[in-house]
Design a protein around this ligand. Sequence first.
Ligand code: FAD
Length: 417
Amino acid sequence: MRYSGFRVIKEGLFGQKGWTPAWRNPEPKPSYDAIIIGGGGHGLATAFYLAKNHGLTNVAVLEKGYLGGGNVGRNTTIVRANYFLPGNSEFYSHSLKLWEGMEQELNYNVMHSQRGLINLFHSDGQRDAFVRRGNSMVNQGDDAVLLDRDGVQSHLPYLDFDNVRFPVYGGLLHPRGGTARHDAVAWGYARGADARGVDLIQNCEVTGIDIENGKVTGVQTTRGAIKAGKVGMVVAGRSGQVAAMAGMRLPVESHILQAFVTEGLKPVIDHVVSFGMGHFYISQSDKGGLVFGGDLDFYASYAARGNLPMKEHVMDAAMTLMPMIGKAKVLRSWGGIMDMTPDGSPIIDKTPTEGLFLNCGWCYGGFKAVPGSGYSFAHLMATGEHHAPAARFRLDRFATGRGLMDEEGTGAQHNLH
Ligand SMILES: Cc1cc2nc3c(=O)[nH]c(=O)nc-3n(C[C@H](O)[C@H](O)[C@H](O)COP(=O)(O)OP(=O)(O)OC[C@H]3O[C@@H](n4cnc5c(N)ncnc54)[C@H](O)[C@@H]3O)c2cc1C
């Protein structure tokens, strides 16, 4: 079924009886050409591009829960291409271009809103760093505008400029940055993959990976054994556990990241804004809730919920930057499990086992990467060759020390990424 304005009107006039399910609910087949473990954003996008770009349709996505129930449905929805280092820069630039055509490509409204993102700076040193970042973004072909204090005030008049511990010196505006409706992205890719013949199998946990003579032959699941010549592991916060099924120990730690949403308010924040002197970033959802978050919870865990010290830190930072937020009531908070690598950059690579591929390490920035990651990982799985924009996301950089992409300059300290 194609979605359109005409269809919405027609269904409205005839009692909404003509809609069909967005995807099938098939039983797993005994074997596939390729299996994707994990029905999050990256897994579903990979399946979609395997089918669309490479004609590989005898593919299954195996998801232990429900599609989109992981981090792809838990993030703060920020989409941007404002990276500094070679490797990240070209990848996120490619990903943002895919975002800009996503709704047409998927025939699905993901509410992609390029409302502009402003990173604030509060010292001369931070200004220098943002000038360098802005130049790197422009050199990559993306957009960046340096704002002075007055420039920031014209965009964000509600910030506290005068009576603060960390005065605002200016900001780096990324006009093409913004937000999207996170779970719609998962649903859109799911629908697109299903329409091309991919089997999306929910409530199907992978419990083992079968390997014979150094080659992957299939997986064990809670719904039986399934054979496949190619298997992609795309399980975000569970990457360490699933890779261990293939005898691998990954340079990944799983950490909690929390987010918060307030009651619905009239439109007040029309950009994405990030504070430069504490970990706090915010946008306003289309329903009116202020959506914001901060730093990791400072310890490794598989619990998808957070604890009070980080809540306090985030609220402190919010009140420092925009005291008006103190009047809003927080409705909910939640957590997701982040797959943190030592340099804060991801992995899209083959593994020592033939036919077994790895996609992980998206840390707290993997939502914006969904289309680019799916595109590049599908290319790698289908052709065996690295796709150029993601060619530097190699696993062996952590063994050799060559090619590390430490965007934040914080080394192996996950807490500081
Ligand atoms: C609070 C929060 C805020 C964030 N904010 C942003 C942001 O603003 N911008 C941004 O770019 N990124 C953000 N992120 C990061 C982003 O959400 C993640 O990096 C990204 O979603 C991870 O990829 P994914 O979507 O494939 O993961 P997931 O949706 O977690 O998908 C992985 C799937 O694998 C499944 N799985 C695990 N083990 C198995 C198994 N054994 N068998 C079968 N299935 C299995 C899981 O159930 C899950 O559905 C945020 C994350 C959080 C938690």
